[in-house]
Design a protein around this ligand. Structure first.
Ligand SMILES: O=C(O)CCC(=O)C(=O)O
Ligand SMILES: [Fe+2]
Length: 363
């Protein structure tokens, strides 16, 4: 039985008609096999912090309420490395419209999607799988683009020709909302940490091209016990604003030992702390190790919007967060450009980016 499943062709994820992928090509190495099902949430899930922005509290509202909320956000980022965000002020129309356009895109024939595939002029774009990609293939089709309206338009024109507006407008509108929300979160984290309010955000996104995002659509999978949507990793950037639909599949590793399913919550985002923010705060805020598992019945869509610092911003923990004895400086100052270069050239192992270790102060 299992054997027959493994021989099945995987049409939705094969980029090359002549080299059809089979289920067995997607089987992951054993240590990556998920122990929890996509809809297994358990009791600990109830403890995952849910933070309400009350549709964007402002710092000129009641100061104590604001201070408290910022502290709660910092605490969640220290203890969990992520939290759910509700009443975040992003219009559900903008989110829903973008999701509809994304499903329309992924529903197109492979041939048409590949018009927006990676090329030298478009270094990012649409992709699924190819046998040449090697082992541990993600069970997903992906759209990955830089957060640049020009690139979004270029991509949309390639796929839709003259009819590109509907798609590119939906995407650009969504990106603008993410930028605004990211700034609010950076400001709150800085405030909660006792730093200048603009400490993080003034060093993020002056250069839009530094940020990119990834949309993944995971089709139903006949062998979810041995195949993974996205393997175990933490996001290397500063913050990720993640939108997941109502299917379930995001799982996080709590305290380096326990996998927890993150249940979908309508109208919410999941905010992940990335490796760079961990280094920037000398390890006080923790980046979260996570993965996406798949299931037999339902396709699932997730949108990950990765906030990255400006290329030349210097990532250096401010003295307020350092203690010479109890919490000595862990990293030499580095730039996002340096780390990004290392990320491209260093093999990623399970979990956090080992590239960051290059900047560790050895003592
Ligand atoms: O699909 C998900 O929920 C997670 C996606 C993710 O972790 C990523 O794209 O980095
Ligand atoms: Fe991720």
């Amino acid at each position: 039985m299992e054997h027959a499943i493994e021989e099945e062709h995987v049409k939705t994820l094969s980029m090359n008609e002549n080299k059809k992928m089979q289920v067995k090509n997607f089987i992951w190495s054993k240590e990556e096999w998920p122990t929890l099902k996509h809809d297994d949430f358990g009791d600990v899930e109830d403890d995952i912090p849910v933070i309400s922005l009350n549709n964007r509290v402002r710092d000129n509202d009641d100061q104590q309420v604001y201070d408290n909320l910022c502290n709660v956000m910092v605490k969640a980022s220290e203890d969990w490395g992520f939290f759910k965000l509700v009443d975040h002020g992003v219009s559900s129309d903008i989110v829903e419209n973008y999701i509809t356009r994304l499903h329309e895109l992924f529903d197109l024939p492979m041939e048409q999607k590949l018009k927006g595939g990676k090329t030298s002029s478009l270094p990012l774009g649409y992709y699924a799988s190819n046998p040449e990609y090697g082992e541990n293939l993600p069970w997903a089709e992906v759209l990955q683009l830089l957060q640049s309206p020009e690139m979004v338009v270029e991509f949309a024109k390639k796929v839709y020709g003259d009819q590109y507006h509907t798609f590119s407008n939906a995407m650009i509108e969504y990106m603008k909302e993410m930028d605004k929300l990211g700034m609010v979160i950076f400001k709150m984290l800085a405030h909660g940490l006792g730093l200048e309010d603009d400490f993080f955000f003034s060093k993020n996104f002056e250069e839009k091209e530094a940020t990119y995002f990834r949309v993944s659509r995971y089709p139903p999978c006949p062998l979810p016990e041995k195949i993974v949507g996205i393997g175990i990793h933490s996001d290397p950037q500063t913050l990720t604003i993640l939108h997941q639909d109502q299917v379930g599949g995001l799982q996080v590793l709590k305290d380096d030992k326990q996998w927890i399913g993150v249940s979908p919550l309508p109208n919410s985002f999941v905010i992940n702390i990335g490796d760079t923010l961990e280094a920037w705060t000398n390890g006080r805020l923790k980046s979260v190790i996570h993965r996406a598992v798949v299931n037999k019945e339902k396709q699932r869509l997730s949108i990950a919007y990765f906030m990255s610092p400006t290329s030349n911003a210097i990532i250096e923990c401010p003295p307020q967060l350092i203690h010479p004895i109890y919490n000595p400086r862990k990293y030499v100052p580095f730039t996002w450009a340096q780390l990004r270069h290392l990320l491209l050239t260093t093999r990623r192992v399970r979990g956090k980016a080992i590239a960051l270790n290059k900047f560790l102060i050895s003592n």
